[in-house]
Design a protein. Structure first.
Lengths: 193, 155
């Protein structure tokens, strides 16, 4: 859907066409859920997050000026919701385990992942579990920058705009994220021929 | 590693097609072509990053599911909106009525005639007159409770 079609659809929605909003959701939902899943690593929570992003979009539509596309707006909102979610989860986890220091090892890292299914595609499952553990070592912003650059392929300048950061700060986050992931996944790299 | 070799942050930026901070992209590319050590580090970085698994794509049914859930939430909101509006209007009307009829907010009446005509105002004025007695009764109640506590402790 190009910009003019999107603007027409927005007009229909503003005029009260609820079916138009459903069309918009069906068009953007796969990308939004995919991004949310990559950002927070849990599909069910990612769907809740996507749902919240669409509800916020609906609230924002009357004042939507079209400075950015709906897709960009959703990317920005989803990323910010995911960063908030990751920060809240970290605080909850620290409180639950009475971890006094952020540098202390995360007790959840030592607990086997209950979602793992040993009977099916073991190698992929293990790789995903290791990646999830490694991603846990990143701060919410480092994680967001890495996912947006590595998986979503967004230029750093665009990521800076999405997150409201300086490009230099985004570069630092990317460097720290890559360095941490390489260190955390070093043994995985050694196992692979 | 030579002094003019590319540092780690610049190698990462180059890998992602971004301009490095320490040098121009052309100079960095020329250095990579000439320096075996940097080329090896760059290749190693690319190989390691390529092995990072991407999260599996979203469930194709997720879009339908989310659209249905959001629509349901919006429907529910719109269904309650007129009722919520009516309730808010009633609450505002009630609040305004209370403010208007409160004795403290009445402008000084020219004569006692209009005040006596309103039973609500009569009740309010009576209550105000009784206020010191109510305070006194509360004090009495406290003394009784204190006495009871003393008896319990003594007994």
């Amino acid at each position: 859907m190009d910009n003019s079609q999107e603007l027409l659809l927005l007009e229909r929605i503003r005029a009260g066409d609820q079916a138009g909003f459903e069309t918009l959701m069906r068009q953007h939902a796969p990308k939004v859920v995919g991004l949310a899943t990559r950002l927070i690593g849990d599909r069910s929570e990612a769907e809740d997050l996507a749902q919240e992003a669409f509800l916020r979009l609906h609230r924002a539509l009357p004042g939507f000026r079209g400075d950015s596309s709906i897709g960009t707006w959703l990317y920005r909102t989803t990323t910010r919701l995911a960063i908030d979610h990751l920060r809240r989860e970290r605080i909850k986890r620290n409180l639950f385990f009475f971890r006094r220091n952020e540098e202390d090892p995360d007790p959840l890292d030592t607990v086997p992942d209950p979602r793992s299914n040993p009977g099916r595609d073991l190698h992929t499952k293990q790789a995903m579990a290791r990646l999830r553990q490694a991603m846990e070592k990143l701060s919410a912003r480092q994680r967001a920058v890495f996912v947006l650059r590595h998986h979503e392929g967004l230029p750093l300048q665009e990521i800076a705009t999405l997150l409201g950061l300086e490009t230099g700060t985004v570069k630092v986050h990317l460097h720290r994220a890559v360095t941490t992931l390489r260190a955390e996944l070093a043994d995985v790299y050694e196992d692979v021929p | 590693m030579k002094p003019d070799c590319l540092n780690e942050p610049d190698l990462i930026l180059l890998h992602y097609g971004e301009a490095p901070d320490g040098t121009t992209p052309e100079a960095a590319a020329a250095h990579l072509a000439a320096c075996g050590s940097c080329r090896l580090r760059s290749t190693q970085l690319a190989a390691e990053l390529a092995r990072i698994p991407a999260a599996t794509d979203a469930d194709p049914a997720a879009a339908t599911r989310i659209a249905a859930r959001v629509s349901e939430r919006l429907d529910r909101r719109f269904r309650w909106l007129p009722l919520a509006g009516a309730a808010t209007a009633s609450a505002i009307a009630l609040a305004m009525a209370i403010v208007v009829f409160l004795p403290g907010n009445q402008s000084p009446a020219p004569s006692p005639q209009p005040l006596a005509a309103s039973p609500l105002l009569i009740a309010s004025l009576d209550l105000e007159d009784e206020m010191p007695d109510i305070d006194f009764l509360e004090d009495l109640e406290l003394i009784r409770n204190l006495e009871l506590l003393q008896q319990l402790e003594g007994g």
